[in-house]
Design a protein around this ligand. Structure first.
Ligand SMILES: [Zn+2]
Ligand SMILES: [Zn+2]
Length: 209
């Protein structure tokens, strides 16, 4: 009896091959592998776009909780990094690509599947590139905070304006010297604290006629 080859289950082709591990050299396997890597590479290219121009955004659960499937590690990984308030777009992806765990598993994946060695570098991130990314994130965070401060300042300005208008209305009403009784009954219907004392103002206009 000849030496029997152990059956080999190929995770990429999702089939068991009785010809053994030699299957990975075959055309069918190489074609499946190429499709998977092409697909993966498109995602990698999207992620790499933020290397120089990092994106910091207000957190949105429909966008920033996504995962991606790492074929090399055979696991789901968080695509973005978030603290629940803000999100660093592709932060999770790039962090994973720089990790030594991912690099080790990528080497194993390349070896197991006899993948094209020339493509391998594109599927991980060098520490230098990751440092550049971190610097770009710091810059993006600063400009995000500046914009946010501006927004808060504008809001505060608006609140001050409304408050000032309210004070002026109250002052105008008091200057006219409405009788106490009338003022009270007027105020029963007045939304004093929600954006202005309109009924008093109308009364003032009426009194001034
Ligand atoms: Zn296969
Ligand atoms: Zn990985």
């Amino acid at each position: 009896m000849g030496k029997q080859k152990a059956a080999f289950h190929c995770e990429l082709c999702r089939r068991t091959f009785f010809s053994g591990r030699g299957h990975v050299y075959g055309l069918k396997h190489q074609e499946t592998l190429r499709n998977i890597l092409d697909n993966f590479l498109e995602k990698v290219r999207d992620a790499r776009k933020v290397l120089k121009e990092a994106r910091v955004e207000r957190y949105d659960f429909t966008e920033h909780d996504q995962n991606f499937w790492c074929y090399c590690c055979k696991t789901e990984v968080k695509k973005h990094v978030t603290n629940g308030n803000i999100a660093v777009v592709y932060g999770g992806f790039l962090e994973h690509f720089e990790s030594s765990e991912h690099k080790k598993k990528t080497s194993a994946f390349w070896w197991e599947n006899k993948a094209n060695i020339k493509l391998k570098d594109q599927f991980s991130l060098s520490p230098e590139d990751y440092e550049k990314f971190k610097a770009a994130v710091t810059k993006a965070l600063e400009s995000y905070e500046e914009k946010e401060d501006e927004y808060i300042k504008e809001g505060a300005e608006r609140i001050r304006e409304v408050e000032q208008q309210r004070r002026e209305l109250v002052q105008a009403a008091l200057e006219v010297g409405l009788p106490r009784m009338n003022l009270k009954s007027i105020h029963d219907n007045c939304f004093f604290f929600t954006g202005g004392c309109y009924i008093v103002r109308d009364a003032v206009l009426w009194m001034r006629r």
